[in-house]
Design a protein around this ligand. Structure first.
Ligand SMILES: Nc1nc2c(ncn2[C@@H]2O[C@H](COP(=O)(O)OP(=O)(O)OP(=O)(O)O)[C@@H](O)[C@H]2O)c(=O)[nH]1
Ligand SMILES: [Zn+2]
Length: 286
């Protein structure tokens, strides 16, 4: 058996990178019941001529569900500094979705050429929340080198809502005019119809980039309130202990979270995100 990584899942076949130029087209063993995601590491048996069978799924380090992708080393959440104007609640929900999957993402604001002041304000805000923030422009090339420098020997995912310039940015980062050029194998066509699935592009032996289109945020309503807090690392680490162990940090007396908000240790907008999500959970229970 040899170890490989799923690069693409198409029509019931898994295309597995085993460190060679060509991918191995694999079926799964019938007894293997787990769902296999793009990015999964697994053990396969070669059946000759770049065909194989998946025998075993190796332990995942992390995963996100929609789109499904596993074992990401780095996730960039891309937003635009302007046009479309970012919405803090949406950004928070995307960040929280990554945290839920076990990934502490980095934030990247594209289109900084359009509104420098807005970009700087978002930079400051999310840096205070404990995220690394990159200000870039696919148009002018600003900040692109800093992202390129982080890619080597890792699997880096890029996600972001429609219109933020993710395609333009990825073309710049990968130095490709057209992302379909240099696609991992000519067996696999990267067309418009495939863009709802994650696709891994292999840049080098152990350097991969994942385009995660159609990223949708978690349905927070099934979470417990304390789990919501744990997805906001800046709030979770504020340090204090509330008077009541069951404190939801809304209107209870002696609340350490509210004290931290009042003292400016937690930014008000992040607390508002928390309150909105908690009230949507309460709505559901009603
Ligand atoms: N001013 C400016 N415009 C940009 C920049 N990056 C992208 N754009 C423009 O923003 C628009 C959207 O860019 P795309 O790269 O298609 O965006 P996308 O996020 O991949 O969009 P979808 O394909 O809808 O997911 C295009 O008109 C781009 O020319 C930038 O850095 N600055
Ligand atoms: Zn509290």
């Amino acid at each position: 058996m040899i170890k490989g990584r799923v690069i693409k899942n198409y029509n019931g076949y898994y295309y597995v990178d085993i460190g060679e130029h060509d991918l191995v087209e694999c079926r799964r063993r019938g007894k293997l019941k787990q769902k296999i995601l793009v990015g999964d590491e697994l053990m396969i048996t070669l059946l000759g001529s770049y065909k194989g069978i998946i025998e075993q799924l190796l332990l995942r380090r992390n995963s996100i569900r929609r789109p499904a992708v596993a074992n990401i080393d780095e996730m960039f959440v891309i937003m635009a500094a302007k046009s479309p104007d970012p919405n803090r609640f949406l950004i928070d929900k995307i960040l929280m979705t990554c945290e839920y999957g076990g990934i502490h993402p980095k934030l990247c604001f594209n289109k900084c050429d359009l509104d420098r002041a807005a970009a700087e304000a978002y930079h400051d805000f999310y840096t205070r929340c404990g995220y690394e923030v990159y200000l870039v422009s696919a148009k002018t090339g600003e900040g692109i080198a800093a992202i390129q420098a982080l890619l080597t020997h890792r699997m880096t995912a890029f996600s972001g809502p429609s219109g933020v310039g993710k395609s333009s940015l990825l073309s710049r980062i990968l130095n490709r005019d057209d992302l379909s050029i240099g696609s991992i194998s000519n067996k696999i066509q990267r067309g418009r119809h495939t863009t709802r699935h994650s696709e891994i592009m292999k840049l080098d032996r152990d350097t991969y980039v994942v385009d995660t289109p159609g990223f949708s945020s978690l349905d927070f309503e099934h979470l417990q309130p304390r789990d919501v807090l744990s997805l906001l690392p800046d709030m979770a680490s504020c340090g204090g202990i509330c008077r009541f162990s069951s404190c939801l940090h809304l209107s209870e007396p002696g609340c350490a979270v509210k004290t931290a908000v009042a003292e400016g240790k937690i930014q008000k907008e992040r607390y508002e995100t928390y309150c909105k999500i908690i009230s949507s959970i309460a709505e559901r229970k009603r």
